[in-house]
Design a protein around this ligand. Sequence first.
Ligand code: FAD
Length: 287
Amino acid sequence: MAPRISFEFFPPKTEDGKQKLYATREALQRFDPAFFSVTYGAGGTTRDTTAGIVTGLKGQGVSMAPHLSFGGDDEATVLALLQRYADAGIDRIVALRGDMPSGMGAIAQLVYANELVAFIRKHFGQQFHLEVAAYPEIHPESTSYTEDIRYLKGKFDAGANSGLTQYFYNPDAYFYYIDQCEKAGIEAPIYPGIMPITNFTNLLRFSRNCGAEIPRWLVQRMEAFTDPADQRKLGEEVVTDLCETLLEGGAPGLHFYTMNLAGPTSRILDQLGMEVAAVSDESETAQ
Ligand code: FAD
């Protein structure tokens, strides 16, 4: 079976950003993704922009999946948003606990993702395919490896269908994690999250916060370059190799953190030979 490909976007802040996102979406369509997802700002801060992008593109016939968390919202607000998605024909949601935006921690409590999954199943039955987050290098707040996997299992027991991982650059971390998940009784597919390397300095900073490990050898090799173009080239080679190893090792597909750019993700997929052959008008009408 062909690997499942999906692409993640963040909601743009400006009209110009929105037009660029639409162009990126169009450019990535040739890889025949199962869906495009759009992230949700911590605490629901992008509620309207996320919903606007998702329902707008869905209206054009694109398969879309909004990310969703309770953030600081009450049940009625989350239900109304879910109903809006259901009415728009959305059939997939990435269900998360999310993080609190700074300053809100004192006035609101986070709702664990397993509770959001149970909430969606209670109110909408099987209407949505539910993706949940998974952490091969373990969630930064987690107190133990086995506990984190137990909580992941809790999300599947509550009704989630599949997992999307935090990004990583060590394929063994993913393969070991999948083994441990299987031993814990998780049968659902867990798709590796892939972060193309476009700006290594930013990646290092961001990775410290989200608990993704950048291998020492990669830091050493990247820091040997002074030209960002050389870093990008190496980044492309490294991430292409990573994807190849993951797919050869049995990963069911790839979920790309595109950063709203078509180029870096497209170049990796092109090197993997993943473009879907376009059906020409001729072959469609032949016979
Ligand atoms: P949970 O699965 O609820 O886990 C959170 C932590 O609590 C973990 O340490 C877990 O071990 C622990 N835990 C889980 N359940 C319980 C329980 N019942 N009791 C006690 N402890 C528990 N963030 C955003 O703000 N917006 C996004 O759009 C977004 N998209 C993401 C997409 C992907 C694919 C990934 C991997 C992450 C994304 N994130 C996003 C980041 C994510 O919100 C943070 O990592 C957040 O801290 C955890 O969310 P979660 O859904 O994994 O939480």
